[in-house]
Design a protein around this ligand. Structure first.
Ligand code: HEM
Length: 558
């Protein structure tokens, strides 16, 4: 039988094309399900066919604890949650992940500028680039370096405590901001503490990075909508990251990116990028200015010009110093990337942890009182009560409560560890990929190219490690005499990730938390507006806390 091109009917082809595509997709789904070497692993039946299943499953459960918790309850320690994706529940698996490379989940979170990816330590997957950059900036994040940032925390903290007092606890009620409501005389106004803790965390990171706060605390609002723009970014990264191929059609769409490279932008830039670029330009101009001095002063002096401690380099100065010392790896592009990382990684995470700390303390009055007892024994409240106004009281409180003392307090530490355990801010699976030859993880062989990982919400609820009451907030579990057990619990905490990608800013987070929590408790009585209300959470990359409405009053003499 002879055949010629002329015999092809274009109309017939047109309706056959979708059929062909559908058949190919079906074949791909069947291949995914049965030919990727993961058939022996249990999991929801649809998960093996397509990554769209885990996208939809996670998204539809975004207002509750990560749904992978119930999958592990149903299917056991290792669950297949995608065609080539396994979730592990055993903390012993973590050590294996630490040696592996990141998955395609990460670049989905990269922001763009001028139609190009701006990779960060978090979103980049080039191992060599990551390792060299991380080594070049590591000195800025060591515990010793971070201890020297305490005066900066102090400055933002004084402002924060004062603003809370003036707006919500004291007689000066006309300046209510955020979602606060003015209270009656003598204080007692309610406000959203999660919102204000975010103002604090982001302002501190701004100050630390650029010697310039964003102005959130001072103005009592999200200036330029920078904070509000972040959840959309992290939601996108978390959910589209489950099926990264979609990213090429959406945010990192080649056509849109090409148009942007040619000056045509059809979408609004993430406001953090222009803000960061403005700060870099400002600093470049400042550094280039010849002010006739032998030694250039830091960009902005501290609040007190006589205070030598406060007059120090900010992170931008330090990133620029890394650029001079490691010109082969740190260029202007890496400096920009590091500044942006501080904003993405350093604000929400710490704010969420502090919100969770207060939520659980306030829901457990016994723990709240126990902590207050420990703090009062070290720093009697009377000193700050003697001050005439909130600013003076905040100044005296923050100056007395030193980081070098707070992180040694056992009950405070137990409360913070318990918060990390029960409400890890990073609430998505930390994904890695097995090497080509495959890997054995907790005695399970996993073929090469498989995404493996664990969600800290699952790891932190392992009953063998943390005890049977893993769903209960109980700081005392960290205060037992069995040192070996506590060591294992500490080793199993996964809130900062692990290995070469372990959170770079964890000492900064500790500094903020160990300063803010005791200082706030020293100055104010805090209570939940509705003590019975459950926590409002929204999951993206981070398990955000919303609408944590509290009432504060100045501490009374004990
Ligand atoms: C309680 C607060 C914080 C938590 C729970 C947290 C959690 C995490 C986690 C889980 C990762 C690893 C993600 C992965 O491997 O997939 C990470 C990475 C990172 N974090 Fe944090 N973080 C916190 C605070 C901060 C702060 C304050 C900063 C900076 C000022 C920061 C900077 C970074 C950076 C740069 C990375 C990427 C590290 C790398 O890949 O080399 N984080 N964080």
């Amino acid at each position: 039988m002879s055949f010629s091109i002329a015999q092809l009917n274009p109309l017939a082809l047109l309706w056959q094309l979708p059929l062909l595509c559908l058949s190919l997709l079906l074949l791909k789904a069947l291949h995914n399900r049965y030919l990727t070497g993961l058939n022996t692993y249990p999991g929801p039946p649809l998960a093996g066919f397509t990554n769209l299943w885990r996208l939809a499953y996670n998204y539809s459960h975004r207002h509750a604890a990560p749904p992978v918790l119930s999958l592990h309850a149903q299917y056991g320690d290792v669950v297949r949650i995608g065609p080539r994706c396994l979730s592990f529940a055993d903390p012993a698996a973590i050590a294996s992940f630490n040696k592996m490379e990141k998955s395609d989940f990460y670049p989905v979170s990269a922001v763009t500028g001028g139609g190009r990816y701006i990779y960060t330590l978090f979103s980049g997957t080039d191992v060599r680039w990551h390792d060299r950059l991380r080594k070049s900036v590591n000195w800025i994040f060591t515990p010793q370096a971070v201890a020297s940032y305490e005066t900066l925390v102090d400055q933002t903290l004084v402002l924060f405590l004062k603003e809370l007092g003036d707006r919500f606890a004291g007689p000066r009620q006309e300046k209510v901001g955020g979602t606060g409501t003015a209270g009656g005389g003598g204080g007692g106004a309610t406000f959203d503490m999660s919102e204000w803790l975010a103002y604090f965390a982001f302002d501190f990171i701004g100050d630390l990075t650029y010697n310039r706060r964003y102005g959130f605390v001072q103005e009592g609002r999200d200036v330029d909508g920078i904070i509000a723009s972040l959840p959309a970014l992290s939601k996108y990264g978390a959910y589209i990251g489950q099926a990264p191929i979609l990213d090429r059609l959406i945010r990192h769409n080649v056509v849109l990116m090409w148009l942007e490279r040619h000056g045509i932008s059809l979408r609004r830039a993430f406001p953090g990028v222009p803000f960061t670029r403005a700060r870099l330009q400002e600093r470049h101009e400042y550094d280039a200015r010849d002010d006739g001095q032998d030694e250039k002063q830091p960009f902005r002096k501290g609040i007190d010009p006589e205070d030598a401690e406060a007059n120090h380099e900010d992170l931008l100065d330090r990133f620029n110093r890394s650029k001079v010392n490691h010109p082969d790896i740190v260029t202007d592009s890496e400096v920009q990337s590091m500044c942006l990382t501080m904003l993405f990684a350093g604000g929400d995470t710490t704010a969420i942890t502090m919100s969770a700390t207060f939520y659980y303390l306030l829901r457990h009055p016994r723990c709240y009182q126990e902590l207050r007892k420990e703090l009062d024994a070290h720093w009697p409240a009377d000193d700050q009560l003697a001050q005439s106004n909130y600013e003076a009281a905040a100044f005296s409180t923050v100056r007395r409560i030193r980081f070098s003392d707070t992180h040694k307090l056992p009950y405070l530490t137990a409360c913070i560890q318990e918060t990390f355990r029960i409400h890890a801010a990073f609430s998505t699976m930390i994904e890695r990929v097995t090497p080509r030859e495959g890997a054995t993880i907790c005695e399970h062989f996993v073929p090469g190219g498989t995404i493996v990982g664990a969600n800290s919400w699952v790891i932190h609820r392992n009953q063998e490690v943390f005890g049977e009451d893993v769903d209960v907030y109980r700081p005392e579990r960290w205060l037992i005499d069995d040192g070996e057990k506590v060591k294992i619990m500490n080793r199993s905490l996964y809130q900062f990730g692990g290995g070469s990608h372990m959170c770079l800013g964890k000492h900064i987070a500790y500094l903020e938390i160990y300063k803010l929590v005791p200082s706030l408790l020293a100055m104010y009585e805090i209570e939940l507006e509705d003590p019975k209300k459950e926590l409002t959470m929204v999951n993206g990359l981070f398990m955000r806390i919303l609408d944590l409405r509290v009432r504060i009053r100045p501490r009374q003499p004990s």
